[in-house]
Design a protein around this ligand. Structure first.
Ligand code: ZN
Length: 446
């Protein structure tokens, strides 16, 4: 069996993956805050960690993948008020849209997808434990985590307490004992979502959600915690502080994996910069599998510069692979080089390069390579469509092509071969190739 090695942000080094319990691998990834459609930057971890989970499932019999839905957040409150809809209606609509986008990208649903609002009791219990253990305090309807109560706070982001204090906002809330203390619970006004708690009517801070939900489904310690690079500080640092102090362990997750940013002309794609493209917008003209492929062309820890041209190139690369694998039955095992590439800190660019090598071998008549290509592509969540459906496409002009083919048949039946040839040439000029067979004429895009 090829070994698995992943870069661990906690140690800043690539380490052999050694599960806490090899009979049950447990992984958590931070999910979306459901106030709007996701953009391509948000889609990157969805696709990358789907590949990671597929790889883990190949190596281990039992894997539990948890990805939460943050459905209580000030951005959600603001958006619901703006649109004049209830918070529940907004979060349900956006969650459904998120699921549609994930499915179009070929990413399987996680085993568990908890909603934060279903776990408020777990959060209240955890906050109570933190207060009891002297790691948190209530003040003016808030509960704050006391950063100075944790001797080794800051291990993940490697920030010293002095740096944290210097970096804290100048207008520190007066009820904070220390400027770097962070919110576990905050009071809600009448028009805000809230729950009764020992500290009054209020709602949880964002960080405590993931600590409570990961513990609920994966236990106090687990194997991998994943998310985007921008979550290292403060979100993941604070998750670690809460979970370790509440449960009394040296670790929360053993391995912390972080994906790099999606950039546009070198700048991070983000809602705040306004340089984002939603997944739904790209899907209007391009296949989800092409977006998926494009997102796998860079190593996950490196930045990925996104462009529509990149998606077009990805489609063309996939066309090559689909043609080479046409009619293949997947081999029982993926190719060992593909497994080795993915096992080497999820090196998807090397895995894709190997798929193209296998395609070249398949095109020369190597049937074993063809079967290995199919099995290996499936490990990456690629080549999952039927070849004829892939090439036929699902564009709106299919009906027009079918009509042109019918007109050509009529011309042939009338022995008007010049007209039949003209229709064929016109279609060819548009990149539509016709193949006549005893069963009729089939077409595909060049
Ligand atoms: Zn989280």
């Amino acid at each position: 069996m090829t070994s698995l090695n992943f870069y661990n942000t906690l140690s800043r080094s690539k380490e052999p993956f050694e599960p806490l319990d090899a009979s049950h691998i447990r992984i958590y990834a931070c999910g979306p805050t459901v106030y709007d459609r996701i953009h391509v930057g948000n889609a990157r971890p969805v696709v990358l960690f789907d590949v990671l989970v597929r790889l883990l499932r190949h190596h281990y019999d039992r894997v539990t993948y948890v990805r939460n839905i943050t459905d209580v957040d000030d951005k959600i409150n603001a958006r619901a008020a703006e649109e004049g809809v209830s918070i529940r209606a907004l979060t349900e609509g956006t969650t459904n849209a998120f699921h549609e986008d994930c499915a179009a990208l070929g990413s399987a649903r996680p085993d568990v997808e908890p909603r934060a609002t279903d776990h408020i009791d777990d959060m209240i219990t955890m906050i109570t434990t933190l207060i009891d253990k002297g790691h948190a305090y209530a003040a003016e309807g808030h509960v704050l985590f006391s950063v100075t109560s944790m001797a080794d706070y800051g291990q993940l982001s490697r920030r010293s307490l002095d740096e944290l204090i210097a970096g804290a906002r100048v207008d520190v809330a007066p009820f904070k004992r220390d400027p770097s203390d962070f919110v576990l619970w905050k009071p809600s006004g009448e028009d805000q979502p809230g729950w009764d708690s020992p500290w009054g009517y209020g709602r949880p801070g964002w960080h405590i959600e993931c600590s409570a939900m990961s513990a609920a489904f994966l236990g106090e310690t687990f194997d991998i915690h994943a998310g985007g690079l921008d979550l290292i500080f403060p979100h993941h640092e604070n998750e670690i502080a809460q979970s370790r102090c509440a449960h009394g362990h040296d670790i929360m997750a053993k391995t912390w994996m972080h994906n790099g940013y999606v950039t546009v002309d070198g700048e991070k794609m983000s809602k705040s910069l306004g340089n984002f493209t939603t997944v739904a917008d790209v899907l209007a003209d391009h296949k989800g599998e092409a977006i998926r492929y494009a997102l796998l062309t860079a190593h996950y820890r490196a930045p990925l510069d996104f462009s529509i041209n990149g998606v077009v190139e990805a489609k063309s690369a996939l066309d090559t692979l689909y043609r080479a694998a046409e009619g293949a039955t997947a081999a029982a095992e993926p190719d060992e080089h593909v497994l080795a590439a993915l096992g080497d800190d999820l090196n998807t660019p090397n895995a894709l390069a190997r798929l193209h090598e296998l395609a070249r071998m398949a095109n020369k008549g190597d049937d074993a390579a063809k079967s290995a290509l199919k099995a290996s592509a499936e490990l990456l969540g690629l080549l999952c469509e039927d070849c004829s459906i892939w090439f036929k496409g699902d564009g709106g002009d299919d009906a027009a092509i079918d009509a042109a083919i019918a007109a050509r048949q009529t011309a042939k039946a009338n022995k008007d071969f010049a007209e039949a040839d003209r229709i064929r040439d016109d279609l060819a000029a548009e990149g539509i190739l016709l193949e006549d067979s005893p069963e009729g004429t089939i077409w595909r895009r060049k």
